[in-house]
Design a protein around this ligand. Structure first.
Ligand code: AMP
Length: 385
């Protein structure tokens, strides 16, 4: 009988160390537990939702070197749900245990300039861009890229934070004053028809697995709906998956990585950013795939086989954003067809992601706008006629 190779596989009961204690860490820990692993969460917030489902946790600042070293010594491999930790913190972790994805992947994904440079070198199209260090740079870049354009901080921006949309040359001084002294990047405005994303996993020996491309619809800069698969042309979806695989290989990924894309009016795929961790746009995989994004990440970082990222159903995922959506929780639980996920967060602040619901449909039978709104029941906002 042929035995699967066990060398380099993390054995059951080993401990996966997860940096970050939010819902992504929580769902990673739940997937890890299903494969027989323990999770140890490292996060600064004492009531982190991931603590509730993990066997151990450390409460400390992401830059606390002593706490990071102690944490690393107690785990077998380190992975992330929150990737914005410093190069110094990464070096401490990496000195003790394998860090997956590796420090170089995080270094690139943390900095929009390194990220754009890497993507362009990997033959992945992005919005045209220029590095900005002065108001003079900005004026010249506007002349080159045209308007509108988006001025962004190179680091620590998410959900539209740290961004300024420039509509006229007169906006330059205000935008620069608002975001300066942080390092900045100007991006040409992409007049996109839709936004999408692809998740790719890669194991330590180079095996890969790529999920279907999905469409992401935002409300107030926060992900609202994900449609799986994306209702785009097959060539568009295939091109995005091929790019995600190329990125995974060229960045030498071990773990899971999300690539966010714009789809322009010709169906061309333009990469916006990468995130080397599970992603909100992959939550549908928990209910519509035999192996979810979280299990895929655990398998990749633990050196387990990576099965194909198959989906057995089409799906729509809707985020539950505080406090309005969560006020509907009892109704959601009573609505047939909504698969509920609660993140166990105590605080119900506006704009906070508190949970999500998934709806499943037969393969290749994703309904249109009105069908989705109807299926969402109490959560559905009918589209404008
Ligand atoms: P980001 O923080 O880069 O993910 O951007 C947040 C959102 O801002 C994106 O999902 C887009 O809706 C919008 N956005 C960012 N960059 C651009 C761009 N270059 N052109 C048009 N829209 C953009």
């Amino acid at each position: 009988m042929r035995r699967p190779p066990m060398a380099n596989m993390l054995p059951p009961l080993a401990t996966i160390g997860i940096i970050g204690g939010g819902q992504l860490g929580r769902m990673t820990a739940m997937a890890a537990a299903r494969l027989g692993y323990r999770s140890h969460i490292f996060a600064p917030e004492p009531d982190s939702p991931a603590f509730q489902v993990a066997s151990a946790h450390s409460i400390a600042d992401y830059e606390d070197e002593i706490a990071l070293a102690r944490f690393a010594e107690q785990v077998d491999v380190v992975t992330f749900e929150f990737e914005n930790i410093s190069a110094e913190a990464l070096a401490i972790l990496a000195a003790h245990r394998p860090v997956r994805p590796g420090p170089n992947v995080l270094r690139i994904s943390q900095d929009r300039l390194l990220e754009k440079t890497f993507l362009n070198n990997a033959d992945v199209q992005t919005a045209p861009w220029r590095a900005i260090t002065s108001l003079d740079d900005l004026t010249h870049a506007i002349a080159k890229l045209g308007l509108p354009a988006v001025l962004k901080t190179t680091r620590l921006g998410y959900d539209g934070k740290g961004q300024f949309l420039l509509r006229s040359p007169a906006d330059a001084a205000t935008a620069f004053a608002q975001l300066n002294p942080k390092p900045l990047i100007l991006e040409g405005f992409v007049d996109f028809a839709a936004e999408g994303s692809v998740l790719v996993a890669r194991g330590p020996a180079g095996a890969t697995s790529v999920f279907d491309m999905v469409e992401n619809r935002h409300r107030d800069h926060i992900l609202d709906l994900t449609l799986a698969p994306a209702p785009f042309a097959p060539e568009t979806r295939a091109a995005a998956q091929a790019m995600a695989l190329r990125i995974a290989e060229q960045i030498d990924l071990v773990g899971l990585l999300a690539v966010e894309f714009f789809i322009d009016r010709n169906g061309s795929v333009i990469a916006n950013e990468i995130a080397p961790r599970p992603h909100n746009s992959g939550h549908w995989t928990l209910d519509a795939c035999p192996v979810s994004q979280f299990e895929m990440q655990v398998r990749a970082v633990a050196g387990l086989p990576l099965p194909p990222a198959r989906r057995h159903a089409d799906a729509v995922m809707k985020n539950l954003i505080g406090p309005d959506d969560m006020a509907l929780w009892p109704t959601i639980l009573a609505t047939d067809g909504l698969i509920p996920h609660h993140y166990g967060k105590r605080e119900n602040r506006p704009g906070r992601k508190l949970g999500h619901v998934t709806m499943l449909f037969p393969r290749n039978a994703l309904p249109g706008e009105f069908g989705i709104a109807a299926a969402l029941g109490p959560l559905g906002t009918p589209p404008e006629p």
